[in-house]
Ligand binder design. Sequence first.
Ligand code: 4NP
Length: 159
Amino acid sequence: MIKVLFVCLGNICRSPMAEAVFRDLVKKQGLEDTIQIDSAGTGSWHIGHPPHQGTKNILEKFQINADGLVARQINSEDLSKFDYIIAMDSQNQKDIEKLNKLNSKARVLRLLDFTDQHHDKDVPDPYYTGNFEQVYHLVKDGCDQLLQQIKKELRKVEE
Ligand code: 4NP
């Protein structure tokens, strides 16, 4: 089982979008029993809240299921539970690293680090920009490439 946690600041805009998009891709590939997916925020303001309406609207537009998304805050234990911790931007990545007290082996990377085509590796925050459509396309590219990477890893394990 490979465990993937998407992380942003509030866990209401970018990381739940990534969770839903990645879940959809993984399901379409029949890998839902092999890859476990979750999301969390570095901040605590939105614990227990559903995704932002902008995230809900964009997921609906692209026919991606958004059921069951509820915000939570990341904690130190997540760093030993998950194989991949996927930050949306550099600030998230720094905040996650600060929680890594046990020096766990979780790979803490930004989503767009998996892509070649985007020069700026930070996913802009639509809570401030209002541009959920732009974020969707970045998240989709990142999730496609992340899945390719994980599939390569799974093939190596099988060999
Ligand atoms: P997210 O966006 O990190 O993509 O979920 C934000 C949501 C809420 C806040 C900031 C960013 N906030 O300050 O409440």
